[in-house]
Design a protein. Sequence first.
Length: 206
Amino acid sequence: MSIGDNRFDSLDRPANAGVPSEHFYRFLRSGHVLRSLLREFLEEDFLHKVPPHRLTRSQFCFLKLIAAKADLQVGELARALGVSPAASSKNLDRLEKLGLVYRETSEQDRRVITLRASSMGVALVRTYESLKADHLEPVIEKLGQEKTELLCELLEEVCGGVLERAEHPRQTCLRCAGYYLPDCSFEKFQGECAMRPRESDGEVEA
């Protein structure tokens, strides 16, 4: 079966809708494969290689955001990751028990509890990012700067087009997995950026 003879062509479609081109299905196929590789190979698989802790992907997302943003509040974290307060508390309890994060009372407002990553937590995130770079950077280098820049521009254009059509955008984004850019082109579609530093924070440590 060729790409153009995709089995999904037979699904009921509006009478005025044309049959998607083979490029449409090729894009979907490549996009899903890339997503699976990034999530399963470069994220979940690597999490099992970062000793001495075994974190779930969700727990690592919590840790990475806490390590990247100073004085993050508990409520901000739950909202940023789109989880319930109960799920947020459960993941935080696990990370705190492992000594990777800790809670502290804000000096400005004693009613506010903020989160910080311990030196062990920061080191774990850096080890993970180093593993990811070791595996992915050679692929990017082989692709070359010109192709890489073109690929990024095309991906940003596609992502922006999809976000423009989103009916229920999230209040906060974090779709970049914490790879923050000050001039993010997606923030205008998604509202608050969980990674944007407060004015008093200064630059976020990489």
